[in-house]
Design a protein around this ligand. Structure first.
Ligand SMILES: Cc1cc2nc3c(=O)[nH]c(=O)nc-3n(C[C@H](O)[C@H](O)[C@H](O)COP(=O)(O)OP(=O)(O)OC[C@H]3O[C@@H](n4cnc5c(N)ncnc54)[C@H](O)[C@@H]3O)c2cc1C
Ligand code: SF4
Length: 333
């Protein structure tokens, strides 16, 4: 039986493995964490429908568990060729093809020191907010209810200074979804989203953006916050410029949510070097082309699915899992 190794057990890896296995191909998933699911395990409800994230992850995990897919947890892939994958303990696994589904890395908001993440209380990231939703304890550090909340778009994306020029694609709609969720929890609070551009690329996203304004009275301000600093009353003062009116703006808020970007994994470079793979300028893996071969790498027998090549939504990632299974089957035959 032919065997394909899938590196990464997030939603891309699970969907790819399932679609290959359904075609009678033997599959091994290599996942460095001790559980399958990837980043989606950390999310609460998904845009644009507010579907619980665990519904998606648990469905895929249950299908993997009842299949014949060989799952190796807690082991990292450190090198690959089209016929082998090397693991962190030095083991080399042989195979007939490899699909790299190793995903993305969350931007570390501490790098943007001017926003005070990790320094001031109540400056959190969008990923932290998902965790708070999951734990059912959303609020201020002192247990109080926020009266004014600001969301800041493009933190660690579209930013030359931190070498992340690309748009992370999903943070605009995540910011709209989270602003609505905060307004539902704290109807008395004023919620502001500070953005450079609003990018609502998917079905239902623009509608959600309208709903945020019309039904929830969320304020969208075109401008970027330049800094956040603490006030003596324990709030946060943020300085920004409203770029539509050209006026500088200073407001005090109780909570600042940084919509952090999706950046490429640090080990993409060493994985690429081990196999002669091409990287895009952004550090994500570069597909053979962006049209007819977007799940193929520049090397025959090595394929990609999911956010290892660029930021994507879950729907797009799942479609790629199906597309890559087609491409691998065609290659093996
Ligand atoms: C804050 C935030 C909220 C989001 N909310 C939504 C939403 O509501 N709706 C939506 O559609 N999308 C959402 N997204 C996007 C969504 O998270 C991604 O589309 C999804 O996680 C991509 O899955 P993936 O499998 O490609 O990557 P990942 O989720 O990153 O999974 C990759 C897996 O590979 C493993 N791995 C990495 N390197 C190795 C290695 N060398 N060896 C072995 N294993 C390895 C990792 O441990 C991980 O389990 C959100 C993104 C962010 C940042
Ligand atoms: S999706 Fe929106 S917030 Fe995210 S990087 Fe692109 S423009 Fe900025």
């Amino acid at each position: 039986m032919e065997r394909v190794i899938v590196i990464g057990g997030g939603i891309a890896g699970m969907k790819t493995a399932l679609d290959l296995n359904r075609r009678g191909i033997g599959v091994t998933i290599i996942e460095k964490e001790n559980r399958l699911g990837g980043k989606v395990l950390g999310w609460h409800r998904l845009f644009p429908t507010f579907t619980p994230a665990n519904e998606v992850v648990d469905t895929l995990k249950a299908e993997v568990a009842s299949s014949e897919i060989d799952v190796r947890l807690g082991t990292c892939a450190t090198a690959l060729t089209e016929h082998s994958v090397t693991l962190s303990d030095g083991t080399v696994l042989d195979c007939d093809a490899v699909v790299l589904c190793s995903g993305f890395t969350l931007f570390d908001a501490r790098i943007k020191e001017e926003y005070g993440y990790g320094i001031y209380d109540n400056v959190i990231t969008s990923a932290d907010l998902e965790e708070m939703f999951n734990q059912g304890r959303v609020g201020l550090k002192n247990g109080g209810r926020p009266r004014r909340i600001a969301f800041l778009h493009c933190v660690g994306s579209r930013d030359e200074k931190v070498c992340q020029r690309h748009c992370s694609k999903v943070c605009c709609v995540t910011g709209v979804k989270q602003a609505i969720e905060m307004k539902k929890l704290f109807p008395e609070a004023d919620v502001f989203n500070f953005y450079m551009d609003i990018r609502m690329f998917g079905p239902g996203y623009e509608e959600l953006y309208r709903e945020a304004q019309q039904s929830y009275n969320i304020h969208f301000i075109r401008g970027r916050i330049s800094e956040a600093s603490p006030t003596i009353e324990g709030r946060l003062q943020i300085k920004a410029e409203d770029t539509l009116t050209g006026r500088p703006l200073k407001i005090s808020v109780d909570m600042l949510v940084l919509l952090i970007g999706m950046r490429s994994n640090d080990d993409n470079a060493s994985l690429a070097e081990s196999a002669g793979l091409q990287l895009a300028q952004s550090g994500f893996m570069a597909p053979r082309d962006l049209f007819l071969s977007n799940v193929r790498s520049n090397r025959d027998g090595i394929f990609y699915a999911g956010t290892v090549t660029a930021p994507k939504s879950i729907g797009e990632v799942l479609n790629e899992g199906a597309a890559v299974a087609d491409a691998v089957t065609e290659y093996l035959s």
